[in-house]
Design a protein around this ligand. Structure first.
Ligand code: ADP
Ligand code: MG
Length: 257
């Protein structure tokens, strides 16, 4: 079972007196949805960049199945908040482009692209140009494109951060459906407390100066959604409100009032 591990990772940036992140350990197995939360500057993006292979840790180890992560790889697909699609191409062509990079034969690209677009609930929008798509739809195309590589891991840095509240809520369940269908391990950064609770199988709470882990939660709300319970019911459950309170406390503990 594929496993991405960060072991006692510290991150330093040139010219900075202190490390940005100090001795953080994380592991993401296939079928897990790990969410990083914490105040701005606590190192969430830096850690994701180490997992992606964009950034090398100053100390500690980053590995997939025991193989050190030294560069980006097709086993780890990354989606950012404002991911650039090719605006002059259609949704289908954007996804097909990623399939081409993967060496999928031309005859199969278009059908495979349509399969991926229906996985992100964009069936029927394949012919739309990027400029014709709403923000939420663009983000779905970005996810479909990331899934084209059949990654073992999806690395998402605030992928829903630029969306309006309603679209964002809808995208949360889409993400759960994608995760369940793709069986990839997910590492996602978010500012959204409810979002973290809805999506995660594990939430890792970080605090800054330097970034370090201050708490871990293992919510079960996403699994309830996937088992068929309506998301509205889950969010109305007193257990959800309690978890929200606990997570908020963990994020803001030690913060000057
Ligand atoms: N390229 C960089 N050069 C110098 N310092 C950086 C750089 N990127 C991030 N940092 C610093 O590292 C810390 C963690 O940043 P970041 O990983 O972006 O946190 P987060 O995503 O949680 O907001 C911050 O103090 C930030 O200022
Ligand atoms: Mg960030």
């Amino acid at each position: 079972m594929p496993k991405l591990v960060l072991d006692q990772v510290s991150i330093r940036y040139d010219g900075q007196p202190r490390p940005a992140v100090e001795r953080v350990s994380l592991s993401i197995a296939n079928g897990e949805f790990v969410v990083l939360v914490g105040r701005s500057g606590c190192g969430k993006t830096s850690l994701l960049n180490v997992a992606a292979g964009f950034l090398s840790p100053a100390d500690g180890k980053a590995a997939v199945d025991g193989e050190p992560i030294v560069r980006p790889g097709a086993d780890r697909a990354v989606v950012f908040q404002n991911d650039a699609l090719f605006p002059w191409l259609t949704a289908r062509e954007n996804v097909a482009f990623a399939l081409r990079l993967r060496g999928v034969a031309p005859a199969q690209r278009s059908r495979r692209a349509d399969d991926l677009l229906s996985l992100v609930k964009l069936q029927g929008s394949g012919d739309k140009r990027v400029w014709e798509l709403s923000g939420g739809m663009r983000q779905r195309v970005g996810l479909a494109r990331a899934l084209a590589a059949e990654p073992k891991f999806l690395l998402l840095d605030e992928p829903l951060g630029a969306l309006d509240a309603l679209t964002r809520e809808r995208m949360q369940t889409t993400l759960l459906d994608i995760w369940a269908a793709s069986r990839a391990g997910v590492l996602m950064v978010t500012h959204g407390i409810e979002e973290a609770l809805v999506l995660a199988t594990r939430i890792v709470v970080l605090a800054p100066h330097p970034g370090h882990v201050v708490g871990v939660f293992e919510p079960t709300f996403g699994r309830r959604y996937l088992a068929g319970e309506p998301i509205r019911n889950i969010k109305a459950d007193p257990a959800f409100a309690a978890a929200r309170g606990d997570l908020t406390d963990a994020i803001f503990q030690g913060e000057p009032a």
